[in-house]
Design a protein around this ligand. Structure first.
Ligand SMILES: Cc1cc2nc3c(=O)[nH]c(=O)nc-3n(C[C@H](O)[C@H](O)[C@H](O)COP(=O)(O)OP(=O)(O)OC[C@H]3O[C@@H](n4cnc5c(N)ncnc54)[C@H](O)[C@@H]3O)c2cc1C
Length: 398
């Protein structure tokens, strides 16, 4: 029986030291409660600690994707780009942990293995992988909704002889794909972000896709000093206003109309404006029902698919995808077409900045009858030898 190791007089056990856990430590301390957080990793950051894959970047603008509890922090922190990348966000979160002295209440390298509530004593008892038992009246699961990497369920995966990586458990020192044949499984957000960067290094890249996704152009750029100054001057109102918005982001005028209540011309003009602005949240704010009404969502999907056609730069569909002059666009054209063929209307679309250079970049639709083999992936009709595979990480927010 493990010896009880509860810190004396503990009020709140917090599980996880991502942005949620850190804020909880700060908030509960302000309320005069004694807290202790337990974190599996060896540092703070959660999502931004674990997901170090190439291209990992936030899709919410950095001036918005930040803690809102400290007006001084709001004013002092300088974000270098419109959207923070993983390294910048992790640096920011580490700064917050130091600045507000949060680490003293965090026990790192510790996984909570069970949590039980006793109705009679009204106390939680949690156990750790270190054999500790901790009790307190409150227990907060700040464990995140995307913090458990899921290994793809592919037959024979454990017998694969090449190297495999998962975007959610990326090596801290990075991975050099130079000169290698690489397969990427999945085209969700992490796949879409990492594929162009891996393609710049790899000798050959094949993307295995089961379900087509769309993505919008973010239009990332260095932080505009004027925009930053304006945003910072408006921070108190923006932070207060964000609380009442669906995505907790102020600054986009809240939509008032259904996409179906306006003419096609008006709708396309609104989409065009959002398209030029960049970013998915802003686009989804164009109308009230883009995420709740399929017919409304179809109008957005059609607009975005039309963007690919309008660019005119996409090569024609080719039976030999390895011959495409611009493999990045070829891949994206395939993603779009696959979605159309499957009758899907994903909630996010497009491909704007998905150029990957001259590398040999192909894609394969991974079907149900997929099999893993020792040196590569085999789909129903063809085998692909690979030196590296990257597993997929699916992200569920818009
Ligand atoms: C790749 C990726 C990209 C994302 N991009 C965006 C984005 O662009 N915009 C956006 O708004 N959101 C994004 N998200 C969502 C993101 O997870 C949240 O914005 C936010 O970071 C969640 O913070 P959190 O503290 O709730 O959880 P997390 O950051 O997931 O932190 C949870 C922590 O709990 C720890 N933990 C879990 N179980 C245990 C246990 N049993 N014992 C001890 N510790 C445990 C984990 O190690 C982790 O450190 C993204 C998520 C992922 C995975």
């Amino acid at each position: 029986m493990a010896k009880p190791t509860s810190p004396e007089g503990l009020d709140v056990i917090i599980i996880g030291a991502g942005v949620g856990g850190l804020y909880a430590i700060h908030k509960y301390r302000q309320l005069g409660l004694k807290v202790r957080a337990y974190e599996k990793g060896d540092d703070v950051g959660g999502t931004w600690y674990w997901n170090r894959y190439p291209g990992c970047r936030c899709d919410v603008e950095s001036l918005e994707y930040s803690f809102s509890f400290s007006p001084e922090l709001d004013q002092e922190w300088k974000w270098p780009e419109r959207y923070g990348n993983q390294g910048e966000i992790l640096k920011y979160v580490q700064h917050v942990a130091d600045r507000f002295d949060l680490r003293q209440d965090i026990q790192f390298n510790t996984t909570i293995t069970s949590a039980t509530f006793d109705d009679k004593t009204s106390r939680w008892t949690v156990t750790t992988d270190k054999g500790e038992t901790i009790t307190a009246p409150y227990c907060l699961m700040a464990t995140g909704n995307l913090s458990t990497p899921r290994k793809p369920d592919i037959k024979g995966i454990d017998s694969y002889k090449g190297k495999t990586y998962h975007t959610g458990l990326w090596p801290h020192g990075g991975v050099d794909f130079t000169g290698l044949r690489v397969g990427v499984i999945g085209t969700g957000s992490s796949g879409v972000q990492s594929i162009p960067i891996i393609a710049r290094q790899a000798r050959q890249l094949t993307v295995f896709q089961r379900t087509a996704n769309f993505s919008l152009p973010a239009r990332n750029e260095p932080m505009d000093p004027q925009k930053e100054a304006k945003h910072k001057a408006e921070y108190p109102e923006r932070r207060a206003g964000a609380v009442n918005t669906p995505f907790a982001i102020a600054g986009y005028p809240p939509p008032t109309k259904s996409a179906l209540d306006v003419s096609a011309e008006e709708r396309n003009a609104a989409y065009e404006k959002k398209w030029q602005e960049g970013g998915s949240i802003s686009f989804l704010y164009a109308y009230t029902d883009l995420l709740t009404n399929k017919a409304a969502n179809d109008t957005a999907s059609d607009f975005v698919e039309g963007q690919g056609d309008r660019r005119g730069a996409l090569p024609e569909r080719s039976s030999d995808r390895h011959q495409a002059a611009d493999p990045g666009y070829q891949l994206l054209r395939d993603l779009q077409s696959a979605a159309r063929e499957a009758g899907q209307h994903p909630q996010q679309c497009h491909l704007g900045d998905y150029r990957v250079g001259h590398q040999d970049c192909g894609w394969q639709k991974l079907r149900a009858r997929r099999h893993r083999v020792r040196h590569g992936l085999r789909r129903h009709d063809r085998r692909h030898e690979r030196d590296r595979h990257q597993g997929r990480r699916r992200r569920l927010h818009p």
